[in-house]
Design a binder for this molecule. Structure first.
Ligand SMILES: [Zn+2]
Length: 181
């Protein structure tokens, strides 16, 4: 069973300025080696004590692969054996894109039973909140503020309570974004 992923196109719209053109510049990774290193930091963060959600440590790091032959920028695939896969298009080495895909992985592992995970939308408010939390801790408050502002402009819903439990608020980020503008 799967549910309608009604926020997906709004999410893609919201994040596109961070993926393309000038707006992408702060987030570009120079090589696949840099991308692998950044991915390792994401996994370490999620497995460590500082991960605000205290997820189970048994989850396996996904396989990260780079490919020329893919129309999408990135793709996360949950695998039955628990060793999930993330594929990134070779020309799209971007920290925010990696955070997007690893948030899918973290989202899946909030639900140890894969059947339950399939009952929530892939790009729903819960996933969007994980995306913001990872962006805050692994890229920084500036990226977090940019994403919050774009989510707000594009109508991407987040779970404010979920963010609050992790020490983040949406309104303070919007204030930071205004102050920086
Ligand atoms: Zn996605």
């Amino acid at each position: 069973m799967s549910v309608r992923d009604s926020q997906r196109s709004r999410v893609y719209n919201a994040e596109s300025p961070l993926f393309y053109g000038e707006g992408a510049r702060p987030y570009l990774l120079g090589s696949t080696r840099d991308a692998l290193e950044f991915a390792r930091r994401i996994v370490d963060f999620c497995a460590g004590e500082q991960w605000p959600l205290r997820l189970q440590p048994h989850w396996a790091a996904p396989r990260l692969e780079f490919t020329e032959r893919m129309s999408a920028s990135g793709r996360y695939t949950a695998m039955k054996d628990g060793r999930d896969r993330i594929r990134i298009r070779a020309g799209m080495l971007n920290k925010v894109l990696l955070i997007h895909e690893y948030a899918h992985w973290a989202h899946r592992w909030l639900y140890p039973a894969i059947g339950l995970w399939r009952c929530v939308p892939s790009h729903g408010p819960q996933w969007a909140s994980l995306y913001l939390i990872l962006a805050y801790h692994l890229i920084g408050p500036g990226c977090y503020s940019s994403l919050v502002r774009r989510f707000d402009e594009c109508g991407v819903g987040v779970h404010a309570e979920f963010l609050w439990m992790c020490g983040l608020t949406v309104s303070s980020a919007l204030q930071e974004a205004e102050a920086a503008a």
